[in-house]
Design a protein around this ligand. Structure first.
Ligand code: DQA
Length: 148
């Protein structure tokens, strides 16, 4: 097991996975997604810190902690993706690999979802793969770390 963890940070309303718009986000719960992400990370030799917050400040603080403690960060900032410069600035200061993740294909949805203030600071952006995107994101993080 590698020393530092892969942080998987989730934003608002993702605690409602499973009941929230299942046609868009699927039927798996956040607990299901967490198990899958943890399993994928373990297979790559990493432990995970899996977090979900509905408020911006807690996400910013988790990113500050990631600065010292994370090998890589997977972030689904949910709606904050589209407008939170505070989260974008906190992502920008990280030197570890950052994977931006969205369950849905944000480009096939409402106009406001097409823009991300985080993408300029993410090495990888994954969207539209459903909750399997968490497994893909963890694998992408491990691949970035292998090739760093
Ligand atoms: C999301 C897409 C966002 O537009 C939305 O606000 C979310 C989830 C996704 O995972 O597809 O809450 O980030």
């Amino acid at each position: 097991m590698n020393g530092k963890k892969i942080f998987v940070i989730n934003g608002p309303n993702l605690d409602m996975l499973g009941v929230r718009e299942p046609a868009v986000y699927g039927t798996k719960t956040l607990a299901d997604v967490r198990s899958e992400a943890e399993e994928a990370a373990k297979a790559e030799g990493y432990a995970t810190e899996f977090l979900q917050y509905n408020c911006e400040c807690k996400i910013v603080e988790a990113l500050h902690r990631a600065y010292d403690e994370a090998a890589a960060v997977v972030i689904n900032a949910a709606a904050y993706t589209h407008y939170s410069y505070a989260i974008a600035d906190a992502v920008k200061m990280l030197s570890c690999p950052v994977i931006e993740l969205h369950i849905s294909n944000v480009f096939a949805r409402e106009e406001f979802r097409k823009g991300s203030v985080i993408s300029p600071y993410a090495g990888v952006v994954i969207c539209g793969a459903g909750t399997y995107g968490y497994t893909l994101a963890v694998k992408a993080a491990a691949d970035k770390l292998r090739n760093a």
